[in-house]
Design a protein around this ligand. Structure first.
Ligand code: ADE
Length: 262
């Protein structure tokens, strides 16, 4: 009897360890394409209308999914992911609009902190961002959600070893800092300047802070990796179409590097 109980115990432990995959998420097909192509023994499982691809990347068990664009899609995908796969870690990869004057197309931004720039209130003095209350009420959460410290360090270390795809003959630079998220594709000089000044944000995108918020609630270590496809300025639409390809590749290469460091 003792042996059976012990056997069941070890079976349970090994099953729960097996279940723990590293989740890798992108918003667009392009953002996850080379990761899917590099994956060994890939299997597709569909849950809640989302296709999850399980397999191995750099020897690590992973689950890869396309979250869709915007905070609602990202939140939905994260909820379905966590309910079905209980990932040990979540890595987001994709493109962003660079806000720092030197964050040009192809450059990498490692998200140390994420903030939702469009959650708040409007009164006669204008729009003010406000933090969320905890899900069950009570006190406010911190406005900026911090990524996992160790993953930030691993990302920076991996980035030093990678040769990123150059754009316009320029070797991409690597930045670490704040990423500002909102349900807006920013293609406007003034809005881009506001995001940089108000939040000290290096880049803007449409999913990161929503995923970060859920990971904070559930206690899942996460990191948001972005490569700039544009500068969120008046030319952003044109630049996005030009550079979404190479920027997606740069971000995905960094994810492969992070997996090697883990
Ligand atoms: N993703 C890539 N570029 C972006 C931009 N300019 N605004 C929001 N999300 C983006």
């Amino acid at each position: 009897m003792k042996k059976v109980i012990l056997g069941l115990f070890f079976l349970f432990i090994s099953l729960s360890v097996q279940a723990q995959r590293i989740a890798i998420m992108g918003a667009l097909d392009q953002e996850i394409a080379i990761l899917l192509d590099s994956m060994k023994s890939s299997k597709k499982v569909s849950r809640g209308g989302i296709d999850f691809f399980t397999g191995k990347l750099k020897g690590k068990k992973v689950v890869i999914l396309k979250a869709g664009v915007g905070k609602v899609n990202a939140s939905y995908s994260t909820a379905i992911l966590t309910e079905n796969f209980s990932p040990s870690v979540l890595i987001f990869t994709g493109v962003a609009g660079g806000l720092h004057p030197e964050a040009l197309p192809g450059d990498i931004v490692i998200g140390e902190k994420l903030v939702q720039f469009d959650f708040g209130q409007v009164d006669s003095t204008g729009f003010k961002v406000s933090p969320f209350r905890k899900l069950n009420g009570g006190r406010h959460e911190e406005l900026y959600v911090e990524a996992d410290r160790k993953l930030v360090e691993k990302s920076a270390s991996a980035a030093r070893k990678i040769e990123f795809v150059p754009i316009s003959n320029r070797t991409p630079k690597v930045f670490s800092g704040v990423i500002a998220t909102g349900d807006i594709f920013v293609s406007n000089d003034e809005k881009a300047a506001w995001l940089y000044e108000e939040f000290n944000a290096l880049a803007t995108e449409m999913e990161g802070a929503a995923i970060a918020h859920i990971c904070r609630t559930l206690g899942i270590p996460f990191i948001i990796i972005r490569s700039c496809s544009d500068n969120a300025n008046n030319h952003a639409r044109v630049n996005f179409n030009q550079f979404v390809g190479p920027a997606s590749v740069n971000s995905a290469h960094l994810v492969l590097g992070i997996l090697e460091e883990m």
